[in-house]
Design a protein around this ligand. Structure first.
Ligand code: UGA
Length: 367
């Protein structure tokens, strides 16, 4: 399709977040691209702020006029800004819809108007409820990969009722995907939509009770409990499954997308690791094991798990995706990308980071 990216500036909206910070690090470390980063927060990118080829602007991406000024001179816009914490979907759904549809819609309009390439980070959650036994007309859970793998261009997107506000996020993200797609169709917008599947790694979420309150995603909840010596909470028994993807593998995929604008133009791509599927209960077990390995000096760990109901943990209106396994055939066919890091190594690298950082900051520990 249109333009390549070489020699052009890349603007990363939300560069101070988990995924953004890893993208910035990689672009500065392994390419010669000029990078412009916009965010209100910069703690996660502190080491990169003074690097050549990186311009950071402390900008609220809701301030579209200012954002417009910054992205005007860039060839590619990477859009990462979102509220993506499930505990907020049913507690502040208006903010969730605003942050995941209304505001980023303005960015899409600007990209179309200025003829910029847009790489938009959506979510695997747009696939919605994938529970086959209940939602798909009472069928048995399928055994064949063709039946359970989530495919970008074939799998239906199934959400719960409006009163189950968990789906406010998936619905907002899905509508934004549809709008981006329509801009491609009607206005020739050069876009790629990415659907991340549970990326984990260093610099992810805050740890509750240490440097934040509330409920972050499961990895941070479990690390926080491990550090505090408390039981890991399994929501509704921890039976749901996820495919955890190491952030460096995910960034490899992103770089391939960035490097191949023509192949990826007007495509939707899963980025995930189907080989790392695990129940949340299984994740808890593996994390307890890895934590013991990384802390050989600690007294024998007696940390266990405890079941909590989703209503108690997240409040009313919470529902869950039971299973999300990406079909990786499209991204492999187009870009020859496959994830490399298994779940154990992913947990080792990620948990080592958290243990190192938080052990050094004893002042953050709850008294
Ligand atoms: C969230 C976002 O909604 C997605 O958009 C995003 O793609 C995804 O995270 C991600 O990290 O990529 P979800 O997978 O539900 O989706 O996120 P988590 O909060 O990490 O929950 C995973 C599972 O663990 C859920 O079944 C949850 O109920 C469970 N959980 C969470 C526990 O059992 N215990 C906890 O302490 C926390």
């Amino acid at each position: 399709m249109k333009k390549g990216f070489s020699g052009q500036k890349v603007c990363v909206l939300g560069c101070g977040g988990f995924i953004g910070s890893h993208i910035v690090e990689r672009l500065l470390g392994t390419t010669d691209l000029e990078v412009v980063g916009l965010d209100i927060a910069s703690e996660k990118i502190e080491p990169f702020l003074k690097r050549d080829r990186f311009t950071f602007a402390r900008v609220n991406v809701y301030d579209t006029d200012t954002v417009r000024g910054w992205i005007e001179g860039c060839g590619t816009v990477v859009s990462l800004v979102a509220i993506c914490n499930p505990s907020l979907y049913n507690t502040i759904p208006l903010d969730v819809i605003e942050a995941n549809f209304t505001r980023p819609m303005e960015i899409v309009r600007i990209c179309a108007e200025l003829n910029l390439r847009l790489i938009h980070f959506s979510t695997c959650e747009v696939y919605g409820k994938t529970i086959f036994g209940i939602d798909r007309a009472g069928r048995e859970e399928p055994k064949e990969p063709d039946e359970y793998l989530l495919n970008e261009d074939r799998t239906p997107l199934i959400l719960g009722p409006v009163s189950a506000q968990r789906w406010s996020y998936a619905c907002a993200k899905q509508l934004l995907e549809r709008a981006i797609y329509a801009y491609g169709f009607e206005k020739d917008l050069d876009f790629t939509i990415v659907r991340p599947f549970n990326f984990i790694g260093p610099r992810m979420d805050y740890l509750p009770g240490f440097d934040g309150e509330g409920i972050p995603r499961v990895l941070a909840c479990f690390i926080s409990s491990l550090l505090k010596g408390e039981p890991l909470k399994l929501v509704d028994g921890g039976k749901n499954r996820r495919c955890f993807t190491y952030i460096e593998d995910a960034v490899d995929a992103f770089v391939e997308i960035l490097n191949n604008p023509e192949i990826c133009s007007q495509q939707i791509l899963n980025i995930g690791n189907p080989g790392n599927e695990v129940t949340i209960e299984g994740l808890a077990r593996q994390m307890i094991e890895v934590f013991s390995e990384l802390n050989p000096d600690r007294e024998k760990l007696t940390i266990t798990t405890v079941n909590v109901s989703s209503r108690e943990f997240y409040g009313p209106g919470y529902e869950d995706s039971d299973r999300r396994v990406p079909d990786n055939s499209k991204i492999y066919r187009l870009l020859r990308w496959r994830p490399k890091t298994n779940l154990r190594d992913t947990l080792l690298k990620t948990m080592k980071y958290y243990i190192d950082v938080y052990s050094k900051q004893r002042e953050l520990w709850p008294v």
